[in-house]
Design a binder for this molecule. Structure first.
Ligand code: SF4
Length: 243
């Protein structure tokens, strides 16, 4: 049995993977995305609530008739608590429940617990924030290398993966960067689709509550034309991108 620090649970999620899903938000993240809409999940040591994985599974089983899709673990960043998520997914598999990991791929080392977690993962939603290293560091304050390496591991393991790409003015709105991403993932046969996530500032108030400076407050959502131009870069590489 392992314990995890859980930020919150949504027992009726519709946007994180296929179908209606039981969504577990883990506490803790090492990225510092300037548009983070879950700013309150960053702190790994405080906040949220300690739960053991059997507690979570027992809660999920109560609503199982309504969960057409399965379970998604997101965050924060689930890879920071891999033993907990591995045990949770293993138990879900025993009950025949589809498992989905929503991750930024920021694992400095692929530990045995992460390997075990991947053994029990049916689908990954992998957030790739930026392909350009300097801009990735500017946007998230960390390197892109771990995420790229994680994408390669998912490809080697042939784990079905959806790429998620936030489109935000000043960072990723230029189609050139979408082209870099399309080139990177095109040889990976496990990529089922790309989800473009137009920037929104809905999480800004959480930064205010924590007395942190939300730098993107004057940034507008991308236009339809901008999204279509980005979509076209993926189409050129025979990849489907939706928004
Ligand atoms: S990876 Fe997700 S939770 Fe972490 S800072 Fe970025 S948007 Fe926020």
């Amino acid at each position: 049995m392992s314990e995890g620090r859980v930020h919150s649970i949504d027992s009726f999620g519709t946007v994180d993977g296929p179908g209606i899903r039981y969504v577990v938000f883990m506490q803790g993240c090492l990225m510092r995305c300037r548009y983070c809409h879950n700013r309150d999940t960053w702190d790994l040591r405080h906040g949220g609530k300690l739960m053991d994985h059997k507690q979570v599974t027992a809660d999920l089983l109560k609503v199982r008739p309504y969960i057409s899709g399965g379970i998604t673990v997101t965050g924060g960043e689930p890879l920071l608590q891999p033993a907990f998520v591995a045990d949770l997914f293993a138990e879900c598999h025993q009950h025949g429940i589809h498992t989905c990991l929503d991750s930024n791929g920021f694992a400095k080392k692929i530990t045995p617990d992460i390997e075990r977690l991947l053994d029990h993962t049916d689908l990954v939603l992998l957030d790739i924030k930026h392909m350009d290293e300097a801009l990735h560091r500017k946007l998230t304050l960390v390197t892109s290398q771990h995420t790229k390496h994680f994408a390669e591991i998912l490809s080697e393991r042939k784990i079905p993966t959806w790429i998620r790409y936030v489109v935000v003015e000043g960072y990723t709105v230029d189609p050139h960067y979408a082209s870099m991403l399309a080139e990177f993932i095109q040889p990976m046969k496990n990529i089922e689709k790309v989800e473009l996530l137009p920037y929104h500032g809905l999480g800004a108030h959480k930064w205010q509550v924590l007395h942190d400076n939300y730098e993107l407050k004057n940034i507008k959502a991308p236009t339809k034309e901008q999204l279509i131009a980005i979509q076209a870069e993926f189409s050129k590489k025979s990849l489907t991108a939706s928004y």
